[in-house]
Design a protein around this ligand. Sequence first.
Ligand code: DAH
Length: 338
Amino acid sequence: MKEKLEKIIASAQDEIAAGDTLHQLNQLKSKFLGKKSELMDMMKQMSSLSSEEKPEAGKLLNLAKKQINRLLNSRELEIKELDYRRTLSIEQIDITMPGRRREKGSLHPITLVMQEIEDIFISMGFDIAEGPDIEDEFHNFDALNTPKDHPARDLSDTFYIGDDVLLRTQTSTVQVRVMQNHKPPIRIISPGSCYRNENDASHSPMFHQVEALVVDDGINFADLRDILNVFVKKVFGDQIESRFRPHFFPFTEPSAEIDISCVKCYGKGCNLCKGSGWLEMGGAGMVDPNVFEMLDIDSEKYTGYAFGLGIERIAMIKYKIPDMRLLYENDVRFLRQF
Ligand code: DAH
């Protein structure tokens, strides 16, 4: 019996030392100590031994059981330690590796210019007004004193998306909406998108304007000049002048186009201003009394000025962008510069 036990212990020792997962160890535990193990069989056979033999046999069997248990336990500790080390080495962080960079976004130049314009006018007491991009003929043309046969209404300029439904061609629509809903004094600007069927280096089918409308008792052309002059100097710098050139817009009388002195040559004439020394920025004028009457504002009592500036123009001049299409291609190499 002693020999048999020694053999069992010897093979347990070998097999347990060779086991290298906890699962294998569990299988070995039932093989050597489980109900169907040789050791258990021997324990069951104890009843057939004589009473003199029993104590000695019991002692040996118990010792063998203890020894196998000890072998299992110490191998289990070893395996757990090995597993732990393996996990540590797999999950180890190499702090000398370069980190993953997070790309930094930036605001689009059009947004930057819009925000700057808003800040300037808010600081001068203006409110921001908004209107929808999808409009009707009344707000885009009729209420702006634009006759039915005006060329701007032509399908080739205006995107019609239904009978009397169109994409606004100008932010001047917001003037109409503001005057419908508020009585003077009015002092607003309205930046936003506009749409026209044109597309080349200086025209995009979707573009942006900022509209201004000031209506009150005693507003005159000098107020308009003043505010634009202040605005131009704030955006482009003190050395830049603005000038008015007589023009026609249906909703203002008198009307003018606004130019600023060339930011590149300061008026001497260069390729940017095509030799004229001036750059075009938008239109302006005194609100036509017809517009007031159409919107129930007393044109005997109130006067007002309005202007509309091209935001792309301002961005292109300010950031020296040679082609308007660059603004819409979303090339990150271009956008990253702002
Ligand atoms: N809406 C005009 C355009 O898109 C620009 C303009 C001219 C706006 C004169 C005005 C204005 O408010 O008074 O060409």
